[in-house]
Design a binder for this molecule. Structure first.
Ligand code: BES
Ligand code: MN
Ligand code: MN
Length: 458
């Protein structure tokens, strides 16, 4: 039996305990009151990297506002390829808190699952990389089968700029032959999966202003512009009832998946009823006419509203015409759309359709490019061999509707292929209450990364 895999099995309980320690740190990147916790999580990752024998371990402070990066390397395998390993240690906010069966930052095991915010997204997947490194170091006389660089970030969940700036400004420090991204899912339980496409996004804020201050709705109602009504009118014209985005030119650059890719998607074990009922729990699936659910979520752009704030939202009634209303609106992008062009088109359209009597301000909060990755390279082949050994089945290639902005930056500035090997399950509840990681997937994830590095370094 493979020595590193044997080591990982022997130390499985401690590995899981270590993950629990990281999960107890509430590193919520979007909440200012958790800034210190995000830093603590970074320090924890750095300490683990140091302990196992990684070199040049560094917590790189944020430039300006924002959260630090963690860098490490071990570059003593001459003639072997170099892998750049990526994961993030920040998490989404845990609310709504009353929906959690056990508290979000008290990791709890229940029927082979570990429940906690960040369990699968992405601390569990970050720690499985760390433990694969450790197992390899300990069983190879302090060496690894290939050269390794590690870069972890603490602002993935807020679309932060630190990592993009670092990749752009220091491509030399991240020089590698390929990247391993541990932040995606498997298509189904027991089905080894590589993700080969992610959507990009633009996340925006739309602010509508009417009068200079709130107004009595009896005294002024009838003559005063209402920012909420105007906002609703604008939003209702962004998409039609058939799910088609109405921004002129928005979908012009969309590239349809190849016939071969579409055919492969048809062969995936996808039960649409179960997806609707069990995973989503919605009365009906909606979306753009003429496209399957997988096409809609993987290969078509979206437009969604996340929240509308302002005015009176307390108990009871208050007769007021608010001075302003704000909506959070995001769009997911697919190749070959670009964040810059998409935002320009959206902003121009909103300004054009805005009703009279109000002003609108359309602001970009963050953005990231979409990406599709080729599968015809030796690293993808090494990954599928490794997955076959661990899971006993052939790998499926999928895309995902989610976004990991740095993957586009790796391609653009480092010009390396990424292998997106993730071990989340469809019902893990990413970003939702009772997020979990299936514990066997944590351990088999470690084994998969060990085997992958052995294959890539062979
Ligand atoms: N890990 C997810 C992205 C993801 C989800 C990939 C499911 C594959 C399958 C990541 O942490 C995430 O949530 N990204 C945000 C990015 C955004 C805030 C820039 C997203 O997709 O909303
Ligand atoms: Mn993630
Ligand atoms: Mn996430």
């Amino acid at each position: 039996m493979d020595a590193a895999v044997a080591y990982a099995r022997e130390h499985a309980a401690r590995f899981l305990d270590d993950l629990k320690v990281l999960l107890r740190i509430p590193s919520v990147s979007t909440l200012p009151e958790h800034k210190g916790d995000v830093r603590k999580a970074a320090e924890w990752v750095a300490a683990d990297l140091r302990r196992m024998g990684m070199e040049h371990v560094e917590v790189i402070p944020a430039k300006g506002e924002g959260h630090p990066l963690v860098y490490a390397d071990w570059l003593h395998a001459p003639g072997k390829p170099t892998v750049l390993c990526y994961a993030h240690y920040d998490v989404q906010p845990p609310d709504p808190l009353d929906e959690w069966v056990t508290p979000p930052f008290e990791p709890t095991e229940r029927n082979q699952n570990l429940y906690a915010r960040g369990a699968v997204d992405d601390k569990g997947q970050l720690v499985l990389q760390l433990k694969a490194f450790e197992a390899l170091f300990k069983t190879n006389g302090g060496k690894l089968p290939l050269n390794v660089r590690v870069i972890c970030e603490g602002e993935e969940e807020v679309g932060g700029e630190q990592i993009a700036a670092f990749v752009r400004e220091h491509p030399d420090r991240l020089k590698a032959d390929f990247a391993l991204i541990s932040d995606t899912e498997m298509f189904a339980p027991e089905l080894p999966t590589l993700c080969v496409g992610l959507r990009g996004m633009i996340y925006t804020e739309l602010e509508v202003r009417g009068a200079k201050a709130d107004l009595h709705s009896g005294m002024y109602g009838g003559a005063a512009p209402n920012p909420f009504v105007a906002l609703a009118q604008i939003i209702s014209e962004l998409k039609d009832r058939e799910g088609k985005i109405l921004i002129p030119g928005f979908c012009d650059d969309v590239q349809a998946p190849s016939a071969e890719e579409l055919k492969a998607w048809k062969n995936l074990p996808f039960d649409e009823e179960e997806y609707r009922e069990k995973e989503m729990g919605a009365p009906k699936l909606v979306g753009e006419k003429g496209y399957s659910t997988l096409e809609r979520t993987w290969a078509r752009p979206t437009l969604d509203v996340h929240g509308i704030v302002g005015g009176f939202t307390g108990a009871g009634a208050k007769t007021v015409i608010p001075a302003k209303a704000t909506a959070k609106v995001s769009m997911r992008l697919v190749p070959e759309m670009t964040p810059e062009k998409s935002f320009r088109q959206y902003k121009a359209y909103v300004e054009k359709i805005k009703p009279e009597g109000v002003t609108v301000d359309v602001r970009l909060i963050h953005s990231g490019a979409p990406i599709v990755i080729g599968t015809d390279n030796e690293y993808v082949r090494a990954a599928t061999r490794a997955l076959k050994t661990v899971w006993g089945r052939d790998t499926v290639f999928i895309r995902s509707g989610g976004s990991i902005p740095v993957v586009g930056d790796f391609e653009k500035y480092l010009k390396i292929p990424s292998v997106m090997m993730g071990f989340g399950l469809p019902d893990d509840g990413l970003h939702a209450p009772n997020e979990k990681f299936h514990i066997p997937n944590f351990h088999r994830g470690i084994e998969s990364v060990i085997r992958f590095f052995e294959e890539a370094g062979a």
